[in-house]
Design a protein around this ligand. Structure first.
Ligand SMILES: *[C@@H]1O[C@H](CO)[C@@H](O)[C@H](O)[C@H]1NC(C)=O
Ligand SMILES: *[C@@H]1O[C@H](CO)[C@@H](O)[C@H](O)[C@H]1NC(C)=O
Ligand SMILES: *[C@@H]1O[C@H](CO)[C@@H](O)[C@H](O)[C@H]1NC(C)=O
Ligand SMILES: *[C@@H]1O[C@H](CO)[C@@H](O)[C@H](O)[C@H]1NC(C)=O
Ligand SMILES: *[C@@H]1O[C@H](CO)[C@@H](O)[C@H](O)[C@H]1NC(C)=O
Ligand SMILES: *[C@@H]1O[C@H](CO)[C@@H](O)[C@H](O)[C@H]1NC(C)=O
Ligand SMILES: [Cu+2]
Length: 564
C-alpha cells in the first residue's frame, strides 16, 4: 500500500514524465498536490504528513523543476509613475517559482544588465550542505558578470512560502525579486489557494539614488507601496484584484518584500487563521490583523463568509519605523462578485493603525513540529549600534564590526583555496564544532527595530523583548520556541537566538532593511569550515570569479556599500 501511494505521488507530481521509477526527471510545469492531500485533509502528503520531521526526512520525488531567468534593465509604472527598473523576465514581481516538497530546483540565471553584476538568493531555503547555491556575492560566489549565466541547484527540503531576490547591492529593490512556493502538507484545511500576496514599498527613483540620500541623512519617507506589483497614485496605476466565492475557504501566502517597511496586513471585515510562518507550519491561531516585517512570510486561511460584496485588502506601513507618503492607500480588492467594478466601501480594523513595529505575539507562534533546544552554549554577544564614518556616512555595527566584504573575493573562494584568514571587517564568527546548540544575544539600545535574517538555518527564538536589556535573569524558552528565518529585533530591546550547527557553510546573518544591509548590519557564521571545501564546485567558483574580474577590471566598477 505504501509503495502504491508513493507511485501515485510521483505520477501526480510529474504528469509529463512517463517513468516514475526514473532517478531524475525534468519538469518546468507547475507542481501539483500529492495524493491524499485534499480540501478535507491538508495534513497528508503521499507517504508523508505534517508530522514528518522535515529536518531529517524529505520525500524522494526524483523530480527536478527547472526555470530560466533573465535579469534585464527596463522601464515600468507599477503605480502609474514610470521609472527605470531592473527585473526578472521584465516583471515586478518576477515569475513565481513552484515546486513540491522534496523536488530539486534548478534555476538558470542570465545577467542581461549592462552595468551591474547579480546573484540570486533563495530566501529561507535551508541549502542543506549546498551553501554554494545560496546566491550571495562576496560570501558564496562572485557576482554574475553582465552577459554571463549561472545555474543554481538545490533541494526543497522544507515547504511553504517564500521569495527569491537579488543579493547584489540594492538591486532587489529596483525590482529583481519574485515569489516562491514549495507545496506540501498544512496544519489546517482549506478549499483553494488564492495567490501569493507580495507586499512592497516603492520609490520613484532607483534604490541606488535613494541609498545616496539614506547613507547621509538616515531614513526617509518612501513614495508608495505595492501589492503584487500594483497600486495607484493620483489617476494613474491600477489595483491588484481577486475573487472569492461565498462559502469557500482560501489559502493566501503573504510575503513582505519591502526595503524599509513593517506592514500590518488585513482584509476588511474578515478574520483568518494563521497556519505557517516563514517555512515553519504552526499550530493554527485566529487573527484579524497580521504584523509582518521585511523578509517574513505568513500563510493564512480566509473563509469567504461575509456579505457578498467588495472588500479592501490593506497593507499599512507602521509609523514607528516606516514612513510612507501613501500609507493609507496601499490597497487591493477582493470581490465576491467578479463582475463588480465598484470601489469597496469597507472600513479598516482599528488595530491597523496602532503604529507599533512588533512581531506577532510570541505565544501565538507555536511550531506544529515540536523541537527542543538542548543545553545551548552562549557564543558572542552581538550588540547593534550605528555611527558615522570618516565621510559622514551612516554605518551600522553588529558584534564588533560593520561588514565590509569584496565582491571579487567571496569567503567561499578563500576557504576553497585553503588560505582563509578573515579580516575584522568580514565580521566572521567561527563555529567549528558539528551538531552543537549555540545561542547569541542580539541587543540594541536604539529605538529602531531590525528584522534579523539568518541564511542556512531556521533559528530558535529563546527570548525577545522591547524596551528592555538582557541579563542572566531572563528565562530562555528551550521547549518548542518559535523558529523561523526572520525575527524582529524589538525596539530598544533584545533577541536571543539559537541554532544547531548541522549545516557546513558560510552563512550570512543580516538586517533585512535594505539600507541597513548596505550600511554593514551583517555578519557571517563560518560553520564547520574544515568540511566546506569538499562540498564545493571549484570550476563554477573559478569561472564565475574570472568572468567577474575581467568585466569589473574593464569598466572599473566601484563597490559603494557593505558588499552584501
Ligand atoms: C542534509 O544533507 C546531509 C548530507 O548530505 C544528509 O545526510 C541529510 O540527510 C540531509 N538532510 C535532509 C533533510 O535532506
Ligand atoms: C524568462 O525568459 C526566458 C528568456 O529570456 C525564457 O526562456 C523563460 O521561459 C522565461 N521564464 C519564465 C518563467 O517566464
Ligand atoms: C539601465 O539603463 C540605464 C539607461 O540606459 C543606464 O543608465 C543604467 O546604467 C542601466 N543599469 C544597469 C544596471 O544595467
Ligand atoms: C547598478 O545599477 C544601478 C541602476 O542602473 C546603478 O545606479 C548603480 O550604480 C549600479 N551599481 C553597481 C554597484 O553596479
Ligand atoms: C513625502 O513626504 C515628505 C515629508 O512628509 C515630503 O517632504 C515629500 O515632499 C513628500 N514627497 C512627495 C513626492 O510627495
Ligand atoms: C590563496 O592561495 C591561492 C593559491 O593557492 C592564491 O592564488 C591566492 O592568491 C591566495 N589568496 C590569498 C588571499 O592569499
Ligand atoms: Cu536594520
Amino acid at each position: 500500500m505504501a509503495l502504491l501511494r508513493t507511485l501515485f505521488c510521483l505520477v501526480a507530481a510529474v504528469a509529463a514524465v512517463p517513468a516514475p521509477q526514473a532517478a531524475t526527471s525534468t519538469s518546468s510545469a507547475a507542481a501539483s498536490a500529492c495524493t491524499g492531500n485534499t480540501a478535507s485533509d491538508r495534513s497528508v502528503w503521499c507517504d508523508y504528513s505534517i508530522d514528518t520531521n522535515y529536518y531529517d526526512e524529505v520525500p524522494n520525488t526524483g523530480v527536478t523543476v527547472e526555470y530560466w531567468f533573465e535579469v534585464t534593465n527596463t522601464t515600468a509604472a507599477p503605480d502609474g509613475v514610470e521609472r527605470m527598473i531592473l527585473a526578472v523576465n521584465g516583471s515586478v514581481p518576477g515569475p513565481r517559482i513552484e515546486a513540491n516538497w522534496g523536488d530539486t530546483v534548478r534555476i538558470h540565471v542570465t545577467n542581461s544588465l549592462t552595468n551591474n553584476g547579480t546573484g540570486i538568493h533563495w530566501h529561507g531555503i535551508r541549502q542543506n550542505y549546498t551553501n554554494q547555491e545560496d546566491g550571495v556575492p562576496s560570501i558564496t560566489q562572485c557576482p554574475i558578470a553582465p552577459g554571463e549565466s549561472y545555474t543554481y541547484e538545490w533541494r526543497a527540503t522544507q515547504y511553504g512560502t517564500s521569495w527569491y531576490h537579488s543579493h547584489y547591492s540594492l538591486q532587489a529593490w529596483n525590482g529583481v525579486f519574485g515569489p516562491m512556493v514549495i507545496h506540501g502538507p498544512a496544519t489546517a484545511n482549506y478549499d483553494e489557494e488564492l495567490d501569493t500576496i507580495v507586499l512592497n514599498d516603492w520609490t520613484w527613483q532607483t534604490s541606488d539614488e535613494k541609498y545616496n540620500f539614506a547613507e547621509t541623512n538616515g531614513p526617509f519617507s518612501l513614495d508608495n507601496g505595492l501589492i503584487n506589483g500594483k497600486n495607484t497614485w493620483g489617476d494613474g496605476g491600477s489595483r491588484y484584484e481577486n475573487n472569492f466565492e461565498s462559502g469557500k475557504s482560501y489559502r493566501l501566502r503573504i510575503v513582505n518584500a519591502a526595503i524599509d517597511t513593517h506592514f500590518k496586513f488585513a482584509l476588511d471585515g474578515h478574520s483568518f487563521k494563521v497556519i505557517a510562518m516563514d517555512f515553519v507550519p504552526i499550530v493554527p491561531f485566529d487573527a484579524t490583523v497580521l504584523d509582518i516585517t521585511m523578509g517574513q512570510r505568513y500563510d493564512i486561511i480566509i473563509e469567504a463568509d461575509q456579505d457578498a460584496t467588495d472588500y479592501w485588502m490593506r497593507a499599512v506601513p507602521q509609523g514607528e519605523c516606516s514612513a510612507n507618503n501613501n500609507s493609507a492607500d496601499i490597497r487591493a480588492i477582493i470581490r465576491y462578485d467578479s463582475t463588480s467594478t465598484s470601489l469597496p466601501t469597507s472600513t479598516a480594523y482599528d488595530d491597523m493603525t496602532n503604529d507599533l513595529c512588533d512581531d506577532m505575539p510570541i505565544a501565538s507562534l507555536v511550531p506544529h513540529l515540536s523541537q527542543t533546544v538542548v543545553d545551548p552554549v552562549e557564543d558572542s554577544d552581538l550588540p547593534v549600534s550605528v555611527s558615522t564614518n570618516e565621510n559622514n556616512l551612516f554605518k551600522w555595527q553588529i558584534g564588533m564590526n560593520s561588514m565590509l566584504v569584496q565582491w571579487a573575493d567571496p569567503s567561499l573562494l578563500s576557504i576553497m583555496e585553503g588560505n582563509a584568514t578573515f579580516q575584522d571587517a568580514e565580521n566572521v564568527y567561527s563555529l567549528p564544532d558539528a551538531n552543537k546548540w549555540v545561542y547569541f544575544v542580539i541587543e540594541s539600545a536604539i529605538a529602531v527595530p531590525h528584522p534579523i535574517h539568518l541564511h542556512g538555518h531556521d533559528y530558535f527564538v529563546l527570548a525577545a523583548e522591547r524596551d528592555a536589556t538582557y541579563d542572566s535573569s531572563v528565562t530562555l524558552n528551550l521547549v518548542n520556541p518559535p523558529r523561523r528565518d526572520v525575527v524582529n529585533l524589538p525596539v530598544s530591546g533584545y533577541l536571543v537566538i539559537a541554532f544547531l550547527t548541522d549545516n557546513p557553510g558560510t552563512w550570512l546573518m543580516h538586517c533585512h532593511i535594505g539600507w541597513h544591509t548596505s550600511e554593514g548590519l551583517a555578519l557571517q557564521f563560518v560553520e564547520r569550515e574544515s568540511e566546506i571545501p569538499a562540498l564545493l564546485n571549484q570550476q563554477t567558483m573559478s569561472d564565475t570569479c574570472s568572468a567577474w574580474h575581467s568585466w569589473a577590471d574593464t569598466v572599473g566598477i566601484e563597490e559603494e556599500d557593505s558588499g552584501v
